[in-house]
Design a protein around this ligand. Structure first.
Ligand SMILES: [Zn+2]
Length: 121
């Protein structure tokens, strides 16, 4: 019997958040924080890459597929506890611009090593 059971008992390298697009959990470094902004008079979902904005935040992958999924499900408003319809434009533009920059970078994830599971006795 050589198979190792994956227990999931190893703590992740950071807090886990749920992407409001694909609903998968990921380390928060992999996700973009989104907050509600009403400064311009209309309610918008804006990116908060520095995570400094106060208030409730939602998390989504820096991936247009996830952003679009979240838009289609109106997940921004739900996650941010906002009843009124939100304009997700700023978030989408932010992600689109980033995706353009790192076009080929998708598979390349430095620093992502599987956690060691040798502690069990
Ligand atoms: Zn996602």
């Amino acid at each position: 019997m050589t198979d190792r059971v994956r227990t999931g008992a190893v703590p992740p390298p950071g807090p886990l958040r749920t992407c409001i697009g694909c609903r998968q959990r990921a380390v928060d470094h992999d996700l973009l924080r989104v907050v509600a902004d009403s400064d311009s008079g209309s309610l918008r979902a804006v990116p908060d890459p520095r995570r400094r904005a106060s208030g409730r935040g939602a998390w989504v992958h820096r991936d247009l597929a996830c952003v679009d999924l979240a838009i289609r499900r109106r997940a921004f408003g739900r996650a941010l506890r906002v009843a009124a319809p939100m304009d997700p434009g700023p978030v989408r533009e932010h992600v689109a611009a980033q995706q353009d920059q790192h076009h080929q970078d998708d598979q390349h994830e430095p620093g992502k090593t599987p956690p060691a599971e040798s502690r069990r006795r």
